[in-house]
Design a protein around this ligand. Structure first.
Ligand code: NAD
Length: 370
């Protein structure tokens, strides 16, 4: 039995509502499992700009660094939209990612069979639900490579002067590739043991290095079956046979695009959890994929399930309590099977539409039974 320090960043909009719900679920986990969670509320985002004049005060960052894990609601909103880049609420997210050295982003695209009507795909393509974990490298590749904009002295083949020319360079080292692959392999070991490495090895040198390193690391995980897939093919197969994917590991830019595509397949942004991880033993950050939803903030109707499912990831990846994480996922599945919905995932025929508080109570009730 242990006591875990959790830094809770409610943030803006619906952030405080969904983090409050999630802490209630975690309190139930503590009560049933005998472990303890020590929550420290931390200010970041728009509310921190209003209170302290900056999106990520040093004290907040220090508490996050000293914790076992960080649970974040969402930051941002129209009130702060006109502020310049570094002063905006979103700068808090970038600051946390940088300071906690979070290099792996894990996004779960889960489509519970009960919600298959929400998917924009044909029902027969998502008949058995979808459960894909996308592991995206978060601190390297083209988003962090050399870049520039300069006047070119050259011409196109028809003689037209090129004018201004911009470049962004994709760079990956063996060490960067290996550490993200290890997150992919260990995640696959905890799931259905299938790993798809997505790249563009027919064109890119960096992708060919990804493949080389994969082949070496794979020998340490003989139980995991590995498949390589070009990113263009992966984007098609995700639509054709989404149920066949287990874990996808890929570079920063490909992961950025594919994780949004996979999320869209599930049809409900209020259901998508995520985790960002650094070196083992350092605090990971857990947050829903959705934003602060200012249009529904304070109405008590926000779907808390994405944040609750993020806490399930936290139990699995940061706190060494995978069974408790699985129980939370099962409780969410049971609540959906009974037909309970929040407005964002309800269809016109759904009778049991609940608010944030009631949905949270249902999850706690189901968790209690497991
Ligand atoms: P959003 O995800 O906040 O909302 C998009 C739509 O989905 C809205 O109609 C909203 O009501 C709905 N929605 C989102 N989450 C929901 C939930 N849990 N339950 C029910 N409905 C939900 O995206 P947006 O409107 O583009 O952005 C709003 C603000 O959030 C912006 O300031 C943006 O910068 C910020 N944002 C923050 C994060 C983050 O903190 N990680 C991520 C994305 C956007």
């Amino acid at each position: 039995m242990a006591v875990f320090k959790i830094a809770v960043i409610p943030g803006d909009g619906i952030g405080p509502e969904v983090t409050r719900s999630t802490c209630e679920v975690l309190n139930k986990v503590a009560q049933k499992s005998g472990n303890g969670f020590l929550f420290t509320e931390v200010s970041a985002g728009g509310i921190a700009i209003d209170t302290f004049g900056e999106p990520l005060p040093e004290k907040s960052l220090q508490i996050a660094k000293d914790s076992d894990a960080v649970l974040l609601g969402a930051v941002g909103g129209p009130k702060w939209d006109d502020l310049p880049g570094r002063s905006r609420p979103e700068a808090a997210l970038l600051g946390l990612r940088k300071e906690l050295a979070l290099y792996a982003n894990l996004r779960l695209a889960i489509l519970f069979p009960e919600l298959k009507c929400a998917s924009p795909l044909r029902p027969d393509l998502v008949e058995n639900g979808v459960d894909i974990l996308i592991v995206r490298e978060l601190t390297g590749g083209i988003y962090f490579g050399k870049r520039g904009l300069e006047k070119s002295e050259e011409c196109l083949s028809d003689g037209t002067p090129k004018g201004m020319e911009a470049f962004d360079v994709e760079t990956y080292s063996e060490a960067e590739i290996e550490r993200i692959l290890r997150v992919g392999f260990t995640s696959a070991m905890q799931r259905r043991k299938n790993l798809t490495v997505v790249d563009k090895a027919n064109i890119l040198e960096t992708s060919r290095l990804w493949r080389k390193v994969t082949e070496r690391v794979a020998s340490e995980y003989p139980e995991v079956s590995v498949e390589f897939m070009y990113v263009d093919n992966a984007s098609m197969q995700l639509l054709r046979r989404p149920g066949s994917f287990d874990v996808i590991v890929t570079s920063n830019m490909f992961g950025d695009i594919l994780s949004d595509e996979a999320g869209m397949i599930t049809g409900s942004i209020g259901m998508l959890p995520s985790a960002s991880l650094g070196t083992p033993g350092t605090p990971g950050m857990y947050e829903p994929v959705h934003g602060s939803a200012p249009d529904i903030a304070g109405k008590g109707i926000a779907n808390p399930l994405a944040t609750i499912l993020s806490a399930a990831m936290m139990l699995r990846y940061s706190l060494g309590l995978p069974e408790e994480g699985e129980k939370i996922e099962k409780a969410v599945g049971a609540v959906l099977r009974q037909g309970y919905r929040t407005t964002d995932i309800a269809s016109s025929s759904d009778a049991n539409v609940l608010g944030t508080k009631e949905m949270t109570e249902k999850v706690i009730e189901e968790y209690e039974k497991l």
